[in-house]
Design a protein around this ligand. Structure first.
Ligand code: MRU
Length: 379
């Protein structure tokens, strides 16, 4: 009966533990997908627009190509975007023909400006670029030669890469305790290894819970229109052998009512000083549903996602993506010519719906205005 149900596309209950996916020959689990990798030629990205059916890579050999990879979502997810931009800055510096730091200065500004103009919502992008800018200013003001500045910029991007993985692991350790010993955990979008340098934020929490022996069944919202849940979250959790069921975005309420969801855990692109959290469009819906059904709603994000300079979620810029992402799927048109289209990529979940925020520094609860400020002092 179970096997029969598992093959029924409308069945939402537990499914047998999956075998490692034959669709991912390189990634075989552990949460360490080569999302982005520095190589002597440039930055290599796993192409997230082609997963899960094709595992292919894109090599960006200039900073402009890194910017294009971010805009087209070859690489996506707030922490991954930030570290990609940092490598983009390092790559731009490496390729520069300038002879001195003074000659390089205007070019450095152009590189940073181009990378900063890729996507507006994830604050990790600006955090990473600002960190590269601060290092550059410091070294240049100290009279360090350009050749050494280039090396230091690359080392800084590498440090951000390593720090991101460490942050995800720490978030996993803090957050796993919040999840039930067994039951359904719903997530939205992809806040996994593919959205970070490895292990993931929300999926890091789920991975750590599974590694600790908790029997978690993940319900992955498909996440229209880009399908990060259906394509990416499902792909990486399957490879880890974590039982996963993909649901359409409009099914969450019904599953919650049936008692199939015991917790929700999502990532974030920017968390304002009062705890309001921007994340993939549709997250706000899930938060309201979770509240209505008495289900805890957790947000997991590294400290680089916290934006204490932005007072509330109302001030978070929300990216509007191309209409074609809604009108078309896999090259096929879905909607009538000329119909109006709205495609905001993110929404803001008010802090009042968030049960806890998990960062590498620990778990915070309301009032977030106070707990975030207090945690800022912890490093
Ligand atoms: O448009 P995307 O795919 O970049 O959006 C990604 C998300 O909304 C993620 O949930 C968020 O960046 C957290 S990733 C750890």
């Amino acid at each position: 009966m179970a096997a029969q149900n598992a093959h029924n596309p409308f069945y939402c209950g537990p499914v047998p533990r999956p075998l490692r996916s034959s669709l991912c020959p390189i990634y075989t689990g552990t949460g360490m997908i080569p999302t982005l990798t520095w190589t002597p030629e440039g930055v290599r990205f796993i192409d997230q627009t082609r997963l899960p059916l094709e595992e292919s890579y894109v090599l960006a050999t200039t900073y402009e190509e890194v910017a294009d990879a971010i805009v087209t979502m070859v690489v996506r997810g707030a922490p991954a975007i930030g570290v990609s931009a940092a490598y983009g800055v390092a790559l731009g510096a490496k390729k520069s023909q300038a002879a001195t730091a003074a000659e390089f200065a205007p070019e450095f500004e152009r590189i940073c400006t181009r990378l900063a103009a890729t996507r507006p919502t994830a604050v990790n992008l600006f955090w990473a670029i600002d960190r590269m800018k601060a290092l550059y200013a410091n070294l240049s003001d100290s009279g360090v030669p350009l050749s050494q500045i280039k090396e230091r910029l690359l080392a800084e991007a590498g440090a951000m890469y390593e720090e991101d993985i460490a942050a995800c692991k720490a978030m996993g350790a803090h957050g796993a305790a919040l999840l039930p010993e067994q039951g359904g955990v719903l997530t939205h979008c992809n806040a996994g290894a593919l959205a970070t340098c490895g292990y993931g934020t929300a999926l890091g929490v789920i991975r750590a819970a599974a590694e600790s022996g908790k029997r978690i069944h993940v319900y992955a919202d498909e996440t229209r229109p880009f399908l990060q849940g259906a394509r990416l979250t499902a792909w990486e959790l399957m490879a880890d052998g974590i039982p996963t069921t993909v649901i359409c975005d409009n099914m969450a309420a019904s599953l919650m009512r049936q008692g199939k969801i015991q917790a929700v855990v999502v990532g974030a692109d920017r968390i304002a000083a009062n705890g309001d959290a921007a994340n993939k469009i549709g997250t706000y819906n899930v938060a309201i549903l979770a509240r209505e059904h008495g289900i805890p709603f957790y947000v997991a994000a590294p400290w680089s996602t916290i934006d204490l300079a932005t007072a509330t979620g109302d001030a978070i810029p929300i990216e509007e993506r191309p209409a074609r992402e809604v009108t078309h799927h896999a090259g096929k048109q879905l909607t009538p010519n000329g119909v109006g289209i709205c495609n905001p990529a993110f929404d803001v979940t008010p802090a009042k719906y968030i049960t806890a925020i998990v960062t590498e520094r620990g778990v915070m609860r309301a009032s977030y205005s106070e707990s975030l400020r207090a945690m800022e002092l912890v490093s």
